[in-house]
Design a protein around this ligand. Structure first.
Ligand code: PMP
Length: 451
């Protein structure tokens, strides 16, 4: 391996990073992570911190999950690759389909379609939603609805249903026929509504209005995250998702839950759909399906969708990936699922989630720089930072950077996304790990407040 100076010099010079500018990668060099153990990561300078980000919301079982590593290594020896395109399959992908259809059975899911990650799962859902309607003789249903602030990955379809301008503007024109509904975001919303239940009703009314305006017969699907993640951890009131499901059902619109973050236990429930007591038509999953150890995803399909495809001999799926059902990914996913269930991770996710959420609220009482704290459902927490609480003016990037840097110096990696400090640590972290994160972010806020 090259020495650390070589790596630092060549990072920004030769490698473009997602979600930042090439110039920023040079001006603000990233932490180069070279090692890990449990829930801790170590950088190239030997500094170790608790990973409050959990990789990228995906390393639910931490970095030392031996059963997953062993399963992947064994699979690499046995069959490192074979395709699942027409004419071939592989044993592990079939076994995984059996396990996943059982795992998501309470959510109404019946079949799996494999992908290489979250963006692929979203793209697959959007495409199959259109095909579903065509197969049923409703070819006019082509449009998509989604929530503002929602994040649905980076492919053109996913970017088109995304509800954040910074992932859209540079890539326009996007897919036509995508319309966005206000998110149930209590801290900032166009209705100036601060009561979560009333706000849920107002957003649902906006959804009804948009459907009436577009014409229900033109809409293929509504896609939404059960708890909005990258948009700043926005949990809706518990009445919201059931109302959305009801509206979609009444209008023949497929409901797709984007569970790339929320599936497999992060919310303290096994899926976002189960958290809210709904049964969508499709569920996009990825990330924690392999604990982040292999790029892999599964789009789960409900009975209603499955029947339409399976009862039509001409329903050819003209869509799929070289790595759909990749045997090493499937082996990782099988081992992950087994470990996730054995550890019953939802219990610890809920307990540690409460600890972080309450700890973050206590920090808000002390530091004016924190304008809002959101979470309360497992290990998804955001602290929204402001430069002025009264006007809710978002914090400037330089101050947010101080918070992140000082937090890191004090023992925790956190993610800064716009004005939000986001916490999404591994679901297996201990009470002490959560305390380290809280103590470290307090140091960050104290430093930023000092100015
Ligand atoms: N949907 C959601 C809800 C996500 O959070 C993400 C990733 N953060 C994606 C889709 C895209 O997943 P990927 O980055 O694996 O393509």
């Amino acid at each position: 391996m090259k020495d650390s100076n070589f790596l630092k010099e060549n990072n920004g010079r030769l490698m473009w990073h997602p979600m930042t500018s090439p110039k920023d990668s040079i001006d603000n060099p990233p932490k180069i992570i070279t090692g890990s153990k449990g829930v801790t990561i170590t950088d190239i300078d030997g500094h170790s911190v608790v990973d409050g980000v959990g990789g990228l919301w995906n390393v639910n079982l931490g970095y030392s999950c031996q059963p997953v590593k062993d399963a992947m290594a064994a699979q690499l020896d046995k069959l490192p690759y074979y395709s699942t395109f027409r004419g071939t399959s592989n044993d592990v992908a079939i076994e995984l389909s059996y396990e996943l259809s059982e795992f998501f059975e309470p959510d109404g899911m019946a079949r799996a379609f494999y992908t290489s990650g979250g963006s692929d799962s979203v793209e697959s859902a959007l495409r199959l939603a259109r095909q579903y309607h065509k197969l049923r003789g409703e070819a006019g249903r082509t449009k998509f609805l989604s929530l503002k602030k929602g994040y649905h990955g980076t492919h053109i379809g996913g970017a088109s249903v995304n509800g954040n301008a910074n992932f859209r503007t540079a890539y326009e024109p996007l897919l036509p026929g995508c319309y966005h509904i206000p998110a149930p975001y209590t801290y900032r919303n166009p209705f100036n509504e601060t009561d979560p239940e009333t706000l849920a009703q107002l957003c649902v009314q906006a959804l009804e209005d948009e459907i009436a305006f577009q014409g229900a017969g033109t809409i293929a699907a509504m896609i939404m995250e059960p708890i909005l993640g990258a948009g700043g951890v926005i949990p809706p009131h518990k009445s919201f998702a059931p109302m959305v499901q009801d509206i979609c059902n009444r209008h023949g619109i497929l409901l797709i839950t984007d569970e790339v973050i929320t599936a497999y236990g992060r919310t303290g429930a096994w899926s976002g759909a189960r958290l809210w007591g709904i049964q969508p038509d499709m569920m996009c999953t990825a990330k924690a399906i392999t604990n982040g150890y292999f790029p892999f995803g599964a789009l789960m399909l409900g009975h209603r969708v499955a029947e339409v495809f399976e009862n039509n001999p001409d329903a050819k799926i003209g869509h799929g990936y070289t790595y759909s059902g990749h045997p090493v990914g499937a082996a990782a996913a099988l081992a992950c699922l087994k470990e996730t269930k054995r550890l019953n991770v939802i219990e610890n996710a809920a307990a540690r989630g409460t600890q972080l959420f309450e700890g973050a609220q206590a920090l808000m009482a002390k530091y004016d720089i924190i304008g809002d704290v959101r979470g309360g459902h497992g290990l998804m927490t955001a602290l929204e930072m402001v430069s002025d609480r009264a006007t809710k003016k978002p914090i400037d990037a330089a101050t947010a950077q101080i918070v992140q840097d000082v937090t890191y110096e004090n023992g925790a990696m956190v993610r800064i996304s716009g004005p939000n400090l986001i916490l999404s640590p591994p679901l297996v972290m201990t009470q002490d790990d959560a305390t380290i994160i809280l103590t470290a972010i307090e140091a960050g806020f104290a430093a930023a407040t000092k100015g």
